[in-house]
Write a protein that binds this ligand. Structure first.
Ligand SMILES: *Cc1c(COP(=O)(O)O)cnc(C)c1O
Length: 361
C-alpha cells in the first residue's frame, strides 16, 4: 500500500503549508538538478540568481547577494558563521532575545560561540536595556527576530541595529516566518529601514514554496565571501553554502511562487490570514480565555492541558508555546471554515463533564 502524506485540513501547528500550484510544478520539474554545481546545472543556477533578486525586493535590498538555503536553520547558522569569522576573536559571542529560534543553539554549538540570551519585555519583544547591558567588545552578532516563532512579535530592529553598531557587531534579522507577511505591515524590519547586515527569510514558510527553500540575504557581497570555500573537483571555483548538493526543487519553486504571488498574491494572503487570526483570537476571548494579541497571523491562547489533548485526539494538529499556551499558525491553508470547526470542537470538549451529563437526559 502506498503511503499518503497528511491532509492539511486539520493542520493548525505548522509554519509550512501547501505549495502554490506553480511552485509544486516547478519543484517537480527541477527535482533532478543541483544548484550546488552551477557549471553542470546552469539553468537552476540562473533561477537561483532570480530568486535572490526577487527576495531582494521583498527585504529592501537594491543589489542583493545571498542564496537559497535548505531552510531558516542553515541561514541562521551561516549568519552566525559570517559574524564569527569577521571578528576573528576566540571568545566571540552572539546576543539574542529569549524569543529567538532554537536554530541559534545549534549554530552556537557547531560554531563554538557563546550564545547570550536576554529577556523580552511586556510586549514579548527584545528588551533593549537588557541587550545594551549584554553586548561587549566580543559581541560578533546581535540577533533580532521579525516574526517570532511562538508569538509572531517583531523586535525593535532599528534600535537593535544602533546597539550593534556601537560595539562594531553585525545585526542579523531572522524573518524566516515573518518575511512574507511583514511587507504589508508598518513594521520596520528591512535592510532599508535599519542597519541590517544579514537576514533569514524562508520561501518554504509563508512564501508558499516547496520544502526545502530557505533564504539567506546579505547587505554586502564581501560578507558572503567570508564563507567561500575552494571547490577542487567542481568547475565553479568556490562555494559559500553550508550544504554541498542542494535541492533545485526548492530553488525553482521559490522562483515560481515569487513570480506568481509577489506582491499582490502575498498581500491578499496576508490580509486573509490576519483576519482569520483576529477572528480566532476574538472567539477565544469571548469564551473567557487569555489570548495573546495576534500582531501577525499567529494566535497564542491559554487553555487547560486536558482540552489541548482532547483536541489532539480529535485529529487537530496543534502545538504549544514553551509556556504552555495553545499556538495556532494561520498559514495559507488555514481557512475560516477550518477555524469555525475547530472552535466548535473547543466548545463541545470544554463543557464540564456535569453539563454534558445534564444535557443528555
Ligand atoms: C521556522 C523558523 C526557523 C527555522 O527555519 P527552518 O526552515 O525550520 O530551518 C528559524 N527562525 C524562525 C523565526 C522560524 O520561525
Amino acid at each position: 500500500m502506498q503511503a499518503e502524506p497528511q491532509a492539511f485540513d486539520r493542520v493548525l501547528s505548522s509554519m509550512c503549508t501547501e505549495p502554490h500550484p506553480a511552485a509544486r510544478e516547478a519543484a517537480e520539474r527541477f527535482l533532478a538538478t543541483n544548484p550546488g554545481d552551477p557549471a553542470t546545472y546552469p539553468t537552476v543556477a540562473d533561477l537561483e540568481e532570480e530568486a535572490v533578486s526577487r527576495l531582494g525586493d521583498l527585504v529592501g535590498l537594491d543589489d542583493p547577494t545571498g542564496y537559497v538555503a535548505s531552510g531558516g536553520t542553515e541561514a541562521n547558522i551561516q549568519a552566525v558563521r559570517i559574524a564569527r569569522d569577521r571578528t576573528g576573536r576566540e571568545s566571540a559571542n552572539v546576543v539574542m532575545p529569549e524569543s529567538g529560534h532554537f536554530s541559534f543553539q545549534k549554530a552556537a554549538d557547531v560554531l563554538g560561540i557563546e550564545l547570550r540570551i536576554v529577556p523580552v519585555d511586556d510586549e514579548l519583544r527584545a528588551d533593549l536595556e537588557a541587550v545594551r547591558e549584554c553586548v561587549d567588545e566580543n559581541t560578533a552578532l546581535v540577533v533580532g527576530v521579525a516574526g517570532t516563532t511562538e508569538y509572531g512579535r517583531v523586535d525593535p530592529i532599528p534600535e537593535l541595529g544602533e546597539i550593534a553598531r556601537e560595539v562594531d557587531a553585525l545585526l542579523h534579522v531572522d524573518a524566516a516566518w515573518g518575511g512574507f507577511v511583514l511587507p504589508f505591515t508598518d513594521h520596520e524590519w528591512r535592510f532599508d529601514h535599519a542597519p541590517v547586515d544579514t537576514m533569514t527569510v524562508d520561501p518554504h514558510k509563508m512564501g508558499q514554496a516547496a520544502v526545502p527553500a530557505g533564504g539567506l540575504l546579505v547587505r554586502e557581497e564581501s560578507l558572503l565571501d567570508t564563507l567561500a570555500i575552494d571547490t577542487p573537483y567542481l568547475e565553479s571555483t568556490s562555494q559559500a553554502t553550508l550544504t554541498g548538493t542542494r535541492s533545485g526543487a526548492g530553488v525553482a519553486s521559490a522562483v515560481a511562487a515569487l513570480r506568481e504571488l509577489w506582491p499582490d498574491g502575498y498581500r491578499t494572503q496576508y490580509v486573509r490570514s490576519q483576519r482569520n487570526a483576529e477572528w480566532l483570537a476574538d472567539a477565544f476571548a469571548q469564551r473567557g480565555y487569555d489570548v495573546v494579541d495576534p500582531e501577525l497571523p499567529l494566535v497564542a491562547v491559554s487553555i487547560p492541558e486536558r482540552l489541548f489533548y482532547d483536541l489532539r485526539e480529535e485529529g487537530w494538529r496543534i502545538s504549544r508555546t514553551g509556556s504552555g499556551e495553545l499556538r495556532i499558525v494561520c498559514m495559507p491553508h488555514v481557512t475560516r471554515a477550518m477555524l469555525e470547526s475547530f472552535v466548535a470542537d473547543v466548545d463541545r470538549l470544554a463543557k464540564p463533564a456535569s453539563a454534558a451529563v445534564a444535557t443528555n437526559d
